[in-house]
Ligand binder design. Structure first.
Ligand SMILES: [Zn+2]
Length: 378
């Protein structure tokens, strides 16, 4: 029997330093640390951070593809309006036969909103987090955002058919006397390939797919010797779903890639994280706060990471007893058909694509956080 899910591996490159805080940070406190794997002390991007950002971006992408004007008679294309997933005003409206709707306005020509309670939110948004503003989720069984990412509405919650796992470092950039190089470790390559093929002596390095004899090489401040044999072959095209990863990266970075032991890898990574100093601004005066200089660490630019997403097949799920459907427009009419796993993945990829422009994690108003997913096509 086929699995009830499809697992995809994505590869990504950081375009800026990426800072995912441990949660306790405040401006003004020195040393804002980032999230790490507990066992290895290697920084990571938690799956929840990727999922949260991607959810908002999928909602934005769908809404911007379906923008529509309200004409002077307060008529709006209702089908497109329903696709406003990022911020949909809860207008009171009456549906017309032609598939449009008329927004009900008051005597001053101001649109009226649904619901009698003026304190009710004026917008639906499928973009936000469930816990805080989940009541804004539409929760519809054909929603391109709520179905993949989950929702909570009126006490009901639905987990979401796309499960995101942590992004882990695959190749970490570090300076050396031969210029920038990228390092990885046996446990990383073994985890990625589900093998135990890769090994290196504790205080040695091996060149990946490169027969050049280097002898000694420094990785940051740490000088180590090349092992024997000096080279280890890695078949990048055999990585699962490597797709465009190889086209984009293998030829450029991967002839400068080296394998070091897990222990040495952890040390080099933690000694070569980006550390920036910034200053907290007093919101009342707009000036720098006294003594508010703070430092924070980040995964540096041009780190290669990988993460998995498990897409559950929608045919195994129901929302409020209803089958999950996809609603697609063709020739001006909307048709509903049974949703398939490809529909879930397509909608998630719309959001993943925006990570390279809008970023993930904290400090992304300070030039941090952009992440390019390398094998999503397009
Ligand atoms: Zn929704």
């Amino acid at each position: 029997m086929a699995d009830p899910f499809v697992k995809k591996t994505y590869y990504a490159m950081t375009l800026d330093p990426v800072h995912i805080g441990t949660g306790g940070y405040r401006l003004g406190r020195v040393d804002n640390t980032i999230t790490r794997e507990p066992g290895t002390n290697i920084p990571k991007i938690p799956g929840s951070s990727i999922s949260g950002a991607t959810r908002a971006y999928t909602a934005m992408a769908i809404q911007s593809a379906n923008q529509t004007e309200i004409n002077k008679d307060y008529e709006i294309d209702y089908k497109k309006y329903l696709k406003w997933k990022y911020q949909r005003p809860r207008y009171k409206m009456s549906i017309k036969g032609n598939g449009n709707a008329i927004i009900v306005v008051d005597a001053d020509k101001k649109p009226l909103y649904e619901g009698d309670n003026p304190n009710e939110p004026k917008y639906y948004s499928c973009a936000g987090k469930g816990a805080d503003d989940g009541e804004g989720h539409c929760g519809a069984p054909d929603c391109e955002v709520c179905v993949p990412f989950g929702f909570s509405k009126n006490g009901n919650s639905f987990q979401g058919l796309a499960q995101f796992f942590d992004a882990r470092i695959l190749f970490f950039p570090v300076h050396s006397m031969i210029g920038p190089v990228w390092i990885t470790s046996p446990s990383i390559l073994n985890a990625l390939t589900s093998t135990d093929t890769y090994a290196v002596d504790k205080e040695k390095f091996k060149a990946i797919n490169n027969s050049e004899q280097i002898g000694k090489l420094n990785f940051g401040w740490l000088m180590i010797e090349q092992g024997t044999p000096s080279e280890i072959p890695v078949d990048f095209s055999a990585f699962s779903d490597s797709g465009q990863f190889c086209n984009n990266i293998c030829n450029k970075i991967m002839n400068r890639a080296f394998l070091v032991s897990d222990k040495v890898f952890s040390r080099i990574v933690n000694d070569n994280l980006e550390v920036r100093t910034s200053v907290a601004i007093d919101p009342a005066t707009g000036a720098a706060e006294d003594g508010a200089l703070f430092t924070y660490e980040a995964i540096p630019r041009s780190t290669i990471m990988w993460f998995e997403v498990v897409y559950n097949k929608p045919e195994y799920f129901r929302i409020n007893g209803q089958e999950i459907e996809k609603c697609e427009e063709s020739g001006g009419t909307l048709t509903k058909t049974k949703a398939d796993v490809a529909w879930i993945e397509t909608n998630v990829k719309k959001g993943l694509k925006y990570l390279e422009t809008l970023g993930v994690g904290g400090m992304n108003t300070r030039g941090m956080g952009r992440l390019r997913v390398l094998n999503i096509g397009g």
